[in-house]
Design a protein around this ligand. Structure first.
Ligand code: GLY
Length: 255
């Protein structure tokens, strides 16, 4: 089966994005767009088939498409983003995914951002964060339980999403910032701890057996390479000013 990557262009309004843990800095849209083009090329070079959703120029965070849906082999869950300004982003993602999966939607009072959902086989770690609440995670559990997925709630603090604090970098390996999420949440999975000098370094994008990884975190990159993990470096510094990581910019699923 082919790996599909849903992405959405950088919106002209990105300078007005939500910021929770970062101070606002000017964002150079041309540079952000060039970085996004490199990201898109990297995904293609790693074998993904790209599906580019229409730009939503009036929605400042719409490039961070990950937050709008969780796509499993059996079902797609349309989220209800925790930030009010982001709720309207889900309409067009639902249209795109309805062609490929049965759809369920998170409903009020639940909130859930895709950035809080980390899938590792049949185990799904669900961040309880400033964006995703217990009601949203409970609805996720109900939607996926019939297919044999288990939900592990993962309280996060100090960062935006669970995937700011932990992402998969191998079938059974998680890259982790233990300041933001407890290591014990991940049970028997192996963990690689980020270098303390690089607190934002835990967001990596695993594409088959390669990890797409920000060039900004060389110390943590060395830790992964010393464990035999193949990395492909990418500059995502302008998008990072909008408090978005590499996972945020796509939704990957088997087509
Ligand atoms: N700026 C990314 C977010 O807050 O959702």
């Amino acid at each position: 089966m082919m790996l599909i990557a849903l992405i959405r262009p950088v919106p002209r309004s990105i300078g007005n994005c939500e910021l929770t843990h970062l101070d606002r800095q000017p964002i150079d849209i041309a540079r952000a767009t060039a970085q996004h083009d490199s990201y898109r090329n990297a995904l293609e070079s790693l074998g993904c088939s790209l599906e580019v959703l229409p730009a939503l120029d009036e929605m400042p965070d719409s490039v961070f498409v990950e937050d709008t849906a969780i796509v499993l082999d059996e079902i797609a869950i349309i989220t209800r983003p925790g930030a009010l300004s982001r709720r309207a982003e889900t309409a067009t993602i639902a249209d795109a995914l309805a062609l490929r999966r049965r759809i369920v939607a998170i409903e009020a009072p639940g909130t859930l951002d895709g950035g809080d959902v980390l899938v590792a086989g049949r185990q799904i770690f669900a961040g309880i964060s400033g964006r995703s609440n217990a009601a949203g995670v409970a609805q996720l559990r109900d939607a996926v339980a019939p297919f044999g997925y288990r939900i592990e709630p993962a309280p996060v603090s100090g960062c935006l999403h669970l995937k700011s604090a932990a992402t998969r970098v191998g079938p059974d390996t998680v890259l982790l910032n233990p300041e933001w999420v407890e290591r014990s949440v991940f049970g028997k999975l192996e963990t690689i701890v980020i270098d303390r000098s690089e607190p934002f370094a835990a967001n990596a994008l695993l594409v088959d057996s390669t990890v797409l990884y920000p060039a900004a975190f060389p110390e943590t990159a060395r830790r992964m390479e010393s464990r035999g993990i193949a990395l492909k470096a990418i500059d995502a510094s302008e998008l990072a000013k909008a408090e978005g990581g590499l996972t945020c910019c796509s939704i990957l699923f088997r087509g």
